[in-house]
Design a protein around this ligand. Structure first.
Ligand SMILES: [Zn+2]
Ligand SMILES: [Zn+2]
Length: 134
């Protein structure tokens, strides 16, 4: 399927691999994820519109780099860390995490989300996760 990501506009700030200098308007400024790249060559990249109105593309798992941190991940924030995929069983999913808004505690990695291992009538919320390489 050609996935149209129902991304709800995650709020983000600059992360550990930030390389965008002052594109965000300065440290501590908040932006909104507007697009998640799903083509093969750009997987793991997202586009962000900063509150200043400027739009740029950043790495969210691409090349193993995480330029963004989730600023306000809401009530699921704590569960996301070290999450296990309910599709393939992978622990510590990196990059994007997909949480089913219908089922309780149902989480998929991007790969499983894209390969439809779940009821496609269920809406998914996506969030960014940061995994320590250590
Ligand atoms: Zn998976
Ligand atoms: Zn579900």
């Amino acid at each position: 399927m050609t996935a149209t990501y129902p991304c709800p506009g995650i709020r983000v700030v600059r992360g550990p691999d930030w390389a965008g200098r002052d594109q965000d308007g300065g440290e501590g400024h908040v932006g909104t994820v507007v697009k998640i790249e799903d083509s093969d060559w750009a997987k793991g990249k997202v586009s962000v519109i900063w509150d200043s109105g400027r739009e740029f593309q950043y790495r969210a798992g691409y090349d193993g780099k995480f330029e963004l941190l989730v600023f306000d991940s809401g009530p699921t924030g704590d569960q996301v860390k070290g999450a296990q995929c309910d599709g393939c069983g992978e622990v510590n999913i990196s990059g994007m995490i997909w949480t089913c808004s219908t089922c309780t505690n149902f989480i998929l990695c991007t790969l499983c989300y894209n390969t439809e291992r779940h009821d496609t009538d269920h809406a998914f919320l996506c969030s960014l996760t940061i995994n320590s390489p250590l």
